[in-house]
Write a protein that binds this ligand. Structure first.
Ligand code: SAM
Length: 227
């Protein structure tokens, strides 16, 4: 009896510590995405509309596919998903998800939105056929952890689309970039993250790469899970 209660108490303590860890590292980000970012986000997204569509078109959608969109935000990817495909969108911002929900209210597709930390996805392994990571890897606190979770829930041969500003910066800009990054990464998104560093330990191969904006700052990468 004692062992049973003691193990339950330890379980609750671990759960509480994990919850506090999540809250602590994401608290400013959640505040920003739940308050002012939704107001100016549409303006930032306007010039990327056609480029995003082209990137998503690299995915070979099939009827019956199940797609996960971590950091789905206010749902800019959703209009580009063909009918017959079901979507699970995950985000830590209730306000961004509420905007996405409003966008899809007349949508006949099966789209489910979850408040969930993409670094700890509450889905079993090998669940999804595709994952769409648009402007997410530069936003999530621990991109390697989130990416490994996404690979875990993806089926073998599953496709991953990354559309983001994941480029290496010249060394001479490093002090400026790291200063700016320190301010940005807790409140909004990091300024820059290196694509190779995020994917290096995962069983994925890069199938295709395209330009994602007129300046080549954003890129679209199509990857496939190998194992
Ligand atoms: C820059 S927005 C991109 C939204 C959308 N994918 C798009 O392309 O417009 C990044 C989103 O990631 C979400 N996010 C950040 N950290 C997250 C985490 N740990 N788990 C789930 N979502 C997260 C933010 O709340 C925000 O909505």
């Amino acid at each position: 009896m004692f062992v049973f209660y003691a193990s339950r108490v330890i379980e609750y303590i671990i759960w509480g510590l994990n919850y506090m860890r999540f809250k602590f590292k994401n608290i400013l980000k959640q505040m920003s995405f739940n308050t002012f970012i939704p107001f100016f986000y549409p303006i930032m997204m306007l010039p990327l509309k056609g480029w995003r569509r082209k990137a998503i078109a690299m995915l070979d959608f099939r009827a019956g596919d199940r797609v996960i969109i971590p950091g789905v935000g206010s749902g800019y990817d959703l209009p580009h998903i063909p009918h017959g495909v079901s979507v699970d969108g995950v985000d830590i911002s209730a306000v961004m998800l509420a905007i996405a929900k409003n966008k899809i209210r007349h949508n006949p597709q099966s789209i489910t939105l979850h408040i969930m930390d993409a670094e700890n996805l509450d889905f079993p392994p090998n669940t999804f056929d595709k994952a769409i990571l648009d402007l997410f890897i530069t936003c999530v606190h621990d991109p390697e952890k989130a990416f490994s979770e996404i690979v875990r829930v993806l089926k073998p041969n599953g496709e991953i689309l990354i559309y983001d500003h994941l480029i290496r910066v010249p060394k001479w800009t490093a002090p400026f970039i790291s200063g700016l990054d320190f301010v940005m990464k807790y409140n909004f998104c990091t300024v820059i993250r290196v694509f190779d560093d995020v994917i290096k330990d995962q069983p994925v191969t890069v199938v295709k790469e395209i330009r994602g904006d007129p300046f080549g700052f954003i890129k679209g990468f199509l990857l496939r899970k190998t194992a």
